[in-house]
Design a protein around this ligand. Structure first.
Ligand code: UDX
Length: 436
């Protein structure tokens, strides 16, 4: 099938390459000329396992190309995916201006019947708004159908999630459009759900808000564990054995980050307000997360009354392992707060990009963990990178000015930290001690 994908961010790129893998002919459109050039040369601008290899295979087989020319791409395609960004406004509402802009451009270029699919995460009612734009621009239902098709992929596992997702939601009332998309998705190992556009739009927000709520819930239980000497890891394990609860997203830590949970939880609250429908649970989820990501700062301040001039070592910057993405990463909020309190920051993350160097040009970016702890008064683990699991803790404790460890992702055993010479250790509901 001939497909156009507008927007080559995470979602657009993964979708485009997945369709190309199954022998469809894809034209990707983006306004960013640098991205277009890189992609046509087989270079992926983000880090995502397996993507660059697939891109090069698809380029070699002439199954994919990248352009800025939307008009030509639309005319050549029977299905058009909109996968542009929908950032958060200051009042937590969703900024759909890019989707609206692209919809206008698409409607001007349509020459015969097309299925237009909204992949971007958009508030309820956006499908209707886009339909009105098309009608206002002189088209009728013989020219197009609009389908809502939200995406549930995780960064770091994006390709696998797209090809083998738990479900593919298609929101549309036109049988003609659904038949075309059913054919497109037939080779994918997934369950197709056919529903209305409004329901499809809401499924995405409900799904992300629910997962975020699980994380905030377990983090509140973990905080109580720290006070009553209970163990959160055992509690999560026991909870997870109950199939009604499931074991996923019960890992306590310093909160969730990334491009979806923070944004989509806020969007759902804002959508609720618009329709006078309260979302107390989600509001609490957000508040718990905002406090949780600053827990390490609270702990380090409780130990040292004054952080002025103290070196704090940050281990891991990305919002989770397997990605170079720092959007809404807890590490950024921690660094920000520590800098305000006069601390000096040394950090280490093998995936560190220029993006963070531009945000914090004055902190020290180290090449390994040993450099990072030199003269340091505390380590804060922000991301559970593989190499942190088996660190030589004895060596680290020796190099530090004062061996204090805050394990924000519960990956270092308390007894091991004690035996290695750490004088002060905190985890998130998994034990703590302070020899002072
Ligand atoms: C998420 C959803 O999983 C995905 O379905 C949606 O399409 C986009 O948002 P992603 O943001 O890539 O995907 O990351 P995910 O693996 O879900 O983790 C999100 C955050 O939650 C990370 O910061 C992670 O550290 C945190 N998390 C996750 C926890 O703190 N505890 C957990 O048990 C799970």
């Amino acid at each position: 099938m001939k497909i156009c994908v507008v927007g080559v961010g995470y979602v657009g790129l993964v979708a485009a390459l997945s369709f190309a893998k199954y022998n469809n002919d894809i034209i990707c459109v983006d306004k960013d000329i640098n991205k277009i050039k890189q992609l046509n040369n087989g270079i992926i601008p983000i880090f995502e396992e397996g993507l660059e290899e697939l891109l090069n295979t698809c380029i070699k087989n002439k199954k994919i190309s990248f352009t800025q020319d939307l008009d030509v791409a639309i005319k050549k395609s029977e299905i058009i995916f909109i996968a542009v960004g929908t950032p958060t406004n200051d009042d937590w509402s969703v900024d759909i201006s890019q989707v609206i802009h692209v919809a206008n451009e698409i409607s001007k270029a349509i020459n015969k019947y097309k299925v237009v699919v909204i992949k971007s995460t958009v508030p309820v009612g956006t499908n209707d708004k886009i339909k009105k734009i098309f009608l206002n621009n002189g088209l009728n239902d013989k020219h197009f159908d609009i389908v809502s098709n939200p995406e549930f992929l995780r960064e770091g596992k994006a390709l696998n999630d797209f090809l083998n997702g738990d479900r593919m939601v298609l929101g549309c009332e036109s049988k003609r459009a659904l038949k075309i998309l059913e054919k497109l998705y037939r080779p994918f190992n997934t369950k197709l759900i056919f529903t209305t556009p409004q329901t499809a739009e809401l499924i995405k927000y409900a799904s992300n808000a629910f997962l975020a709520t699980k994380i905030s819930f377990i983090n509140e239980i973990a905080n109580l564990c720290s006070k009553v000497n209970a163990n959160i890891e055992t509690i999560s394990y026991a909870l997870g054995l109950d199939n009604r609860i499931s074991a996923e997203f019960l890992k306590a830590g310093i909160g969730y980050g990334g491009s979806c949970f923070p944004k989509d939880t806020k969007a759902l609250v804002s959508i609720g307000k618009e329709y006078n429908s309260s979302f107390n649970i989600i509001e609490s989820t957000i508040e718990v997360n905002e406090n949780q990501r600053l827990l390490p700062v609270k702990l380090v301040c409780e130990h040292y009354n004054d952080l002025n001039g103290k070196i704090i070592s940050i281990f891991g910057l990305t919002f989770k392992p397997g990605t170079d993405d720092i959007r809404e990463a807890p590490s950024l909020y921690i660094i920000n707060e520590l800098l305000k309190k006069g601390a000096k920051i040394k950090c280490y993350d093998p995936m560190v990009s220029n993006e963070i160097k531009n945000i914090y040009p004055d902190i020290i970016y180290c090449n390994n963990i040993y450099e990072t702890v030199d003269n340091s008064s505390c380590i804060i683990i922000c991301t559970e990178l593989m190499e942190f699991y088996n660190m030589n803790l004895k060596e680290l404790a020796k190099i530090m000015n004062y061996p204090m460890l805050i394990d924000g992702r519960n990956i270092i055993d308390m007894e091991k930290a004690k035996k290695s010479g750490f004088q002060c250790y905190y985890s998130i509901g998994n034990g703590s001690y302070d020899n002072n």
